[in-house]
Design a protein around this ligand. Structure first.
Ligand SMILES: [Zn+2]
Length: 125
């Protein structure tokens, strides 16, 4: 779990939003892999159940894969605020977490640290 994340790849943002759109009105979620400190790739979790309104989060175990930097998920509404369940999950897992919301565009996401605090991450184009 890296504590030196320097940015997020625009392709990850686009991919996350695309997945969020296709999963809507259910929630989309995945883990994120970092490459050289940049959040770069979505990592799908086998057997993930979508659409159960955050109850899934607590069932996740932090992965052994140390290139995993955190997670990303979508909200079906227009708020990218972390819920209490989200914050619990973030603190259990550590790392950096993205939440995107409608309209699922390049401005609709927010990054959080493991304390559930909003953080700013530069977008790498
Ligand atoms: Zn959430």
């Amino acid at each position: 779990m890296s504590d030196s994340i320097v940015g997020v790849d625009i392709d990850l943002i686009d991919g996350l939003n695309e997945a969020a759109r296709s999963t809507y009105p259910d929630e989309f979620l995945c883990l994120i892999r970092e490459i050289d400190g940049v959040l770069s790739e979505m990592v799908m979790i086998p057997g993930t159940v979508y659409g159960d309104s955050h109850s899934f989060l607590s069932q996740w175990m932090a992965p052994i894969d140390y290139s995993i930097a955190g997670s990303a998920h979508s909200h079906p509404g227009y708020s990218n605020e972390a819920s209490d369940a989200d914050k619990d999950y973030f603190s259990n897992m550590g790392g950096v977490h993205l939440i995107t919301c409608q309209p699922y565009d390049r401005k609709s996401w927010q990054a959080y640290n493991s304390k559930g605090e909003k953080i700013k991450l530069p977008v790498i184009y």
